[in-house]
Design a protein around this ligand. Structure first.
Ligand SMILES: C[S@@+](CC[C@H](N)C(=O)[O-])C[C@H]1O[C@@H](n2cnc3c(N)ncnc32)[C@H](O)[C@@H]1O
Length: 272
């Protein structure tokens, strides 16, 4: 197992580069995750790998390192209540005459979250009459590449409501896989963004931000800066979804709680 000193130098590096706060006791997890990467480049000692990272002048190995250490578990329509609330608010704003919607999936992982958002939009609004853009971002280039592909294992179909499966997925020639329908994919674009390094480069304003199941990896310093910058980028009345096991306590800016894990930026606009 990694000795305490080596664990701590990696822990500090991970925090500096991603805001991920690796807890004590995660030595074997870290060792397993960097082990694969070390084998790929032919190194056997974690200390040598750390030196290799320190001398990584173009930043390419740092990207691979962050790919290796990030936890990317996700699934379609995770925390389904969020999608019901999202649909209700979307319908209400559209009924009030809004025709342009900007949505950010801030830790989009392999794409299941932004495509669940896109399927909900496609099922709720007549796309021909609306200007809709969904941005999926993540720190990991590996998950972003998979998200862009939009191809998933058939066993994941079980997470997608039946009528959405029929309307927005197609089986591929490759047995055992399906792809997301082109009109749903066309709503989503992807970019690499590090959530621990605000201010973020988008101009906003966003109507909805999904920032779910990523803040659990951050400490309160990183979390507070993140939710403050999301607040800046949300329109007044805009809605923020966070993971069910996350909270906005100690939050430095004003959000109104709609439901646990669903918040609204205060402002003049018609809220949900
Ligand atoms: C557990 S997944 C959550 C995916 C999705 N939001 C969901 O709720 O199912 C967490 C994602 O956050 C990403 N992540 C971790 N640290 C990040 C950072 N500093 N900036 C951007 N993304 C980060 C990971 O790469 C991973 O894909």
């Amino acid at each position: 197992m990694l000795d305490a000193q080596t664990f701590n130098v990696f822990k500090d590096l991970i925090y500096a580069k991603s805001g991920i706060n690796l807890k004590e006791g995660k030595e074997s997890l870290l060792e397993a995750r960097i082990g694969k990467r070390m084998r790929e480049i032919g190194l056997s000692s974690p200390k040598d790998y750390f030196e290799f990272l320190r001398n990584d002048h173009d930043g390419a190995e740092m990207i691979s390192f962050l790919d290796a250490i990030s936890t990317n578990v996700t699934h379609f329509f995770r925390e389904p209540q969020h999608f019901q609330i999202f649909e209700q608010v979307l319908k209400r704003w559209a009924a009030n005459g809004q025709s342009k919607f900007r949505i950010w999936s801030a830790a989009s992982s392999t794409g299941e979250e932004p495509y669940s958002i896109a399927m909900t939009v496609a099922n709720t609004l007549n796309l021909a009459n609306y200007d809709i853009k969904i941005l999926g971002t993540d720190i990991s280039t590996r998950v972003l590449a998979k998200a862009k592909l939009g191809v998933y294992e058939n066993k994941q179909l079980a997470d997608i409501p039946r009528h959405y499966q029929l309307a927005y997925t197609h089986s591929t020639r490759d047995h055992g896989q399906f792809e997301i329908d082109q009109k749903v994919r066309a709503l989503v674009s992807y970019a690499r963004i590090n959530l621990s390094a605000p201010p973020f480069p988008m101009s906003g304003p966003f109507d909805f931000v999904f920032c779910r199941n990523v803040m659990i990896y951050f400490d309160s310093i990183v979390r507070n800066k993140l939710v403050a910058d999301i607040h800046r980028l949300l329109k007044p009345g805009g809605v923020l979804f966070i993971g069910h096991s996350e909270t906005l306590t100690e939050c430095p800016v004003r959000y109104t709680t709609i439901k646990p894990s669903v918040y609204r930026k205060e402002g003049d606009d018609v809220g949900p």
